[in-house]
Design a protein around this ligand. Structure first.
Ligand SMILES: *[C@@H]1O[C@H](CO)[C@@H](O)[C@H](O)[C@H]1NC(C)=O
Ligand SMILES: *[C@@H]1O[C@H](CO)[C@@H](O)[C@H](O)[C@H]1NC(C)=O
Ligand SMILES: *[C@@H]1O[C@H](CO)[C@@H](O)[C@H](O)[C@H]1NC(C)=O
Ligand SMILES: *[C@@H]1O[C@H](CO)[C@@H](O)[C@H](O)[C@H]1NC(C)=O
Length: 479
């Protein structure tokens, strides 16, 4: 055991709630855990309390139905009473700094959000970005359409072969759904919201198959046009009052190489992308008004990372001058983080890793939406703790909300979401996954840094941070 402190043991341990806190209006789902119901007059809220010296708060969620149950206690030195379970923190062993946590403003999220009354819309955004919600501080937005749209689309679809993008305008979906939701989010958050933007597919005419999906590559004559496409998007969003923090270099580039999905994609090999970044995207962004934009590459499954990096840098090592980090998706997270994530932080210590997309129910054999699923909350919390223990700087969830089918999605690729909206009843349900995310996002603000923690049960079930408020946060998962 590390000898840097007297042994502190909690002595007093009592239930505690702020007058402003509102508990979960729980609804038991048969065979599952509970969901928390929000309606026109009620939605659960939690005020995060900052403990004074030698005191602490404990927040607990459980399969049995606790949701952020708050307890308070006082530390005291009673080394005679060492419990069986203990944990050891080493604040001198420090790791990555946190950028943030958030969810995605897809058309589907915006459509469901808009189907609610203004009161419930506010409650939904407060639930995620508010000071009494999960205190999210990041978001991801598709550039044009994704599968979570009612139809496939891109900007400047017409005229075709328009090298200089003379007809680049935002889509009706931007004005009706995405921008209003983002504006509401920006108004709600107490800190700047870092937004990551991603293209799924450019207009079909830029691609060699002239389709939104299927096997495809960017036509080489449009390498520069596709870079300009990103700058035009950044300008349009800026003129609508939304500044973008980062872009990724295309969503899941291997989708369009192996054609495993039925939705909007653009295929890239890493070597082709290296060429595009070095000759087009990198210089275009760095010489534009958006020179400080973060450029994240990969934006694909964990298992693709080592080969992606090798392919990018083999012929085009200058890629490393242009990229700030890599985005990683959740769906292949069964592979070892030690090999697939640590290779980035070990080999390229100045590049960060951000988890850019995650959802449950994504595989064809899985049920899209399972109300009250505790297993899905477990999957989220264990994945986030694992990622954080392997130096990721943030974690962005997929659709902020969906309907009870897990859509809308034009390609019928329905999935689950931490918030499910019932427009007919004017209610939404907060799933167990919502609280799993909250145990992380609410307590680990931007600029927190990770410190070493070990429990008597090993180190896989916990992660610890020192926050800019000089508090220590420990997230423990007890299966
Ligand atoms: C809204 O939820 C609260 C708390 O569960 C409940 O008391 C109230 O009856 C609900 N209102 C409606 C209109 O369903
Ligand atoms: C420009 O784009 C709009 C759709 O945004 C389309 O209706 C119009 O026909 C396009 N103009 C030309 C000249 O292709
Ligand atoms: C955001 O706040 C500004 C300034 O208070 C206000 O003018 C605007 O209407 C708000 N927008 C939304 C979407 O709430
Ligand atoms: C946190 O601690 C550091 C070092 O002890 C100190 O410089 C800083 O002012 C503290 N910050 C707050 C918010 O208390």
């Amino acid at each position: 055991m590390i000898k840097f402190l007297p042994v502190f043991i909690l002595t007093t341990y009592y239930s505690y709630a702020n007058i402003q806190d509102k508990p979960c209006a729980s609804k038991q789902i048969p065979g599952e855990s509970v969901v928390c119901v929000c309606n026109a007059t009620y939605c659960d809220e939690l005020q995060r309390s900052i403990p004074s010296k030698d005191t602490f708060y404990v927040y607990t969620s459980s399969e049995g139905g606790l949701r952020f149950r708050k307890q308070a206690g006082i530390f005291a030195t009673r080394s005679d009473e060492l419990r069986k379970f203990h944990l050891v923190l080493d604040p001198k062993k420090t790791y990555q700094k946190i950028q943030g946590f958030g969810g995605s403003v897809t058309d589907a999220a915006g459509i469901n959000w808009k189907s609610l009354t203004p009161t419930l819309r506010k409650s939904l955004i407060d639930s995620y970005y508010g000071i009494r919600g999960l205190e999210y501080n990041m978001a991801r937005v598709p550039i044009g359409g994704s599968d979570f749209s009612t139809h496939p689309y891109a900007y400047n679809e017409l005229p075709v072969n328009d090298l200089h993008l003379t007809n680049f305008t935002l889509a009706p979906e931007d004005f009706q759904f995405k921008l209003p939701m983002i504006h509401h989010i920006m108004n709600t958050s107490k800190v700047p919201v870092d937004i990551v933007a991603t293209t799924w597919s450019p207009p079909p005419w830029m691609k060699n198959n002239n389709e939104f999906t299927g096997f495809s590559r960017l036509r080489t004559e449009y390498y520069q046009t596709y870079s300009d496409y990103h700058v035009k998007f950044l300008q349009k969003y800026k003129s609508e009052g939304v500044s973008i923090w980062g872009i990724t270099t295309t969503n899941e580039p291997t989708d369009g190489v192996f054609n495993l999905v039925q939705f909007n994609s653009l295929g890239w090999t890493s070597a082709e992308m290296g060429e595009w970044i070095v000759n087009n995207l990198g210089p275009t962004i760095r010489n534009s008004e958006f020179k400080d934009l973060k450029i994240l590459t990969c934006d694909d499954q964990r298992y693709t990372i080592p080969t992606w990096f090798a392919g990018l840098t083999n012929e085009y090592p200058e890629v490393l001058q242009y990229i700030d980090g890599i985005g990683v998706h959740f769906y292949g997270d069964k592979v070892s983080p030690a090999h697939y994530l640590d290779m980035v932080t070990n080999k390229y210590p100045d590049k960060f890793i951000l988890a850019t997309e995650a959802c449950e129910g994504a595989y064809p054999w899985e049920t899209s939406v399972i109300l009250g699923s505790w297993n899905r909350a477990k999957s989220y919390i264990t994945d986030i703790i694992e990622d954080l223990n392997h130096n990721i700087v943030g974690w962005i969830d997929w659709n902020l909300c969906l309907d009870s089918e897990g859509g809308p999605n034009w390609a019928k690729n329905f999935v689950d979401s931490p918030i499910i909206v019932f427009a007919d009843r004017q209610e939404f349900y907060k799933q167990p996954m919502y609280y799993a995310l909250g145990h992380i996002s609410k307590f680990i603000p931007r600029q927190s840094y990770r410190i070493a923690v070990e429990t008597s049960e090993g180190s896989d079930n916990s992660v610890a941070f020192v926050t800019p408020r000089n508090t220590t946060v420990i997230v423990l998962y007890n299966e």
